[in-house]
Design a protein around this ligand. Structure first.
Ligand code: ARG
Length: 461
């Protein structure tokens, strides 16, 4: 039989396969709260402007609240024949309250309705993830303050480069996450306009008050162009872009955790709570959570690329293609929330093998730059020359199988006669770190101050 909501001009009903491809209720039921909020705001506005009666608006509001309770209680029957969350709720409303329910869709279309619901949903998702990201920043900053002076090897090309502190390394991720939150906040600001009242695509002839519904739903203002309002999904794309960048950041930290807790590195140990075992190798402690965070970065980016590709080349205004906007956004949101929570737990719990980190911080001639800098500072040797002299000293140490600090003064003077015993004061890990006092450098007091600045800014949450 023909569809109850739009079947007037139809003699027959849809094929089963038509229903299957068309229905979105399987996933867009997640929008039920936003749909009810939007409908209540719309009904109140219709009454205020005299488009429907106050009695009808009251019946609609009570009916919608009742439906909300049914959904929460799990007694609401979602129907595939009714396609989506919008028609499921509207049909149930008419069942419950009759004629008044059938007036709700005046001066509205599912096109502005879904755009409104989805914006509200993404806005809530942004707020939730923002809190989670703040919590992870707090965890990182706390561990950073604790390890502001714990040396670790800093790498470039994953080759030992110069000593840094573990705190400094963790604080790098705090900065990344701060920008991630900035991008989310930016996306939120831009998305916070109300499409409601744009109707199908052209606006409406009814004397609606779009400012009133915008305000009721916490939007800053109504959207300015009805065609844009029903066909824009860049708020979702921007959200997914911000999530993708954040997920890429998390994947890098995840990868470092995987490396750090491998036996050859043994820089950290994950807690039992964030480690899994092997079904065959009894000794194994696997960093599955970190690996999964690393992988989710790929899936979140996939969601972005998927939706970009769906939207590409779509003519204005609404097209059903756009129904495919929700699953990638829902999936990416779940993945991001899980990733942030798992990372938060790993960071809070992990224990640091400071001796191992310190030992490797001093290996690989990691203070060679300090030696070269000494030649520049004390002997006024041009840096390029100092670099060359130091390179020869590294070669000499390597041939002897010792570190730079184990070379004799005579070894040094053979390459550069001006060198004095003072050079040995810059060749140990702690001196190297302590000397990096430039703005943003790894000196312990810098790291401590920066961690404290963030902890103050973030509050206790
Ligand atoms: N379920 C639809 C979606 O998610 C709602 C909008 C339907 N609009 C329409 N003209 N068929 O996009």
């Amino acid at each position: 039989k023909a569809n109850a909501q739009w079947g007037g001009r139809f003699a027959g009903g849809p094929a089963a396969i038509m229903q299957d491809i068309n229905a979105s209720i399987g996933f867009d039921r997640a929008l039920w709260r936003q749909d009810i909020a939007g409908s209540k705001a719309h009904a109140a506005m219709l009454a205020k402007t005299g488009i429907i009666s106050k009695d009808d608006a009251r019946a609609i509001t009570e009916g919608l609240d009742q439906i909300g309770r049914e959904i929460t209680a799990g007694t609401f029957e979602f129907s595939t024949a009714l396609e989506d969350i919008h028609m499921n709720i509207e049909a149930r409303l008419s069942d419950r309250i009759g004629e008044a329910g059938k007036r709700l869709h005046t001066a509205r279309s599912r096109n502005d309705q879904v755009a409104t619901d989805f914006r509200l949903w993404v806005r809530d998702a942004i707020d939730g993830l923002d809190q989670q990201a703040a919590s992870l920043m707090r965890a990182l900053a706390r561990r950073a303050a604790e390890h502001a002076a714990t040396p670790m090897p800093g790498f470039t090309h994953l080759q030992t480069a110069q000593p840094v502190t573990f705190g400094h390394h963790l604080m790098a991720y705090v900065e990344m996450l701060a920008r991630d939150r900035g991008r989310l906040a930016d996306a939120r600001r831009r998305l916070n306009e109300s499409p409601l009242g744009s109707a199908a695509l052209a606006g409406t002839s009814f004397p609606i008050d779009r400012d009133m519904t915008a305000r009721a739903l916490g939007f800053d203002r109504p959207t300015a162009n009805s065609l844009d309002a029903v066909s824009d999904r860049d708020f979702a794309l921007e959200y997914l872009s911000a999530l993708s960048i954040m997920a890429v950041h998390l994947s890098r930290l995840a990868e470092e955790i995987v490396i750090w807790c491998s036996a050859p590195f043994s820089f950290i140990r994950l807690s039992d709570a964030f480690t899994t075992g092997s079904s065959i190798m009894p000794q194994k402690r696997n960093p599955d959570a970190a690996e999964l965070v690393r992988a989710k970065g790929g899936r979140i980016t996939g969601a972005l690329v998927g939706l970009l590709t769906v939207m590409k080349g779509l003519p204005l205004a609404y097209a059903k293609d756009m129904q495919e906007d929700k699953e990638p956004v829902f999936a990416a949101t779940d993945a991001a929330a899980l990733s942030l929570a798992a990372m938060d737990g790993m960071i809070r719990d992990l224990s640091v093998n400071a001796d191992q980190m310190r030992a490797y911080a001093g290996s690989g001639f990691s203070t060679a730059t300090d030696l070269a800098d000494w030649l520049v500072r004390v002997l006024k040797v041009p840096f390029r020359t100092a670099h060359h002299v130091t390179g020869r000293l590294v070669g000499k140490a390597e041939a002897k199988g010792v570190g730079l600090a184990d070379l004799t003064l005579e070894d040094m003077q053979a390459e550069e006669p001006g060198i004095t015993a003072d050079i040995f004061t810059v060749l140990d890990v702690d001196s190297s770190i302590a000397s990096r006092t430039s703005h943003g450098g790894t000196a312990a007091q810098n790291v401590r101050a920066q961690a404290q600045r963030w902890l103050d800014a973030l509050g206790t949450g």
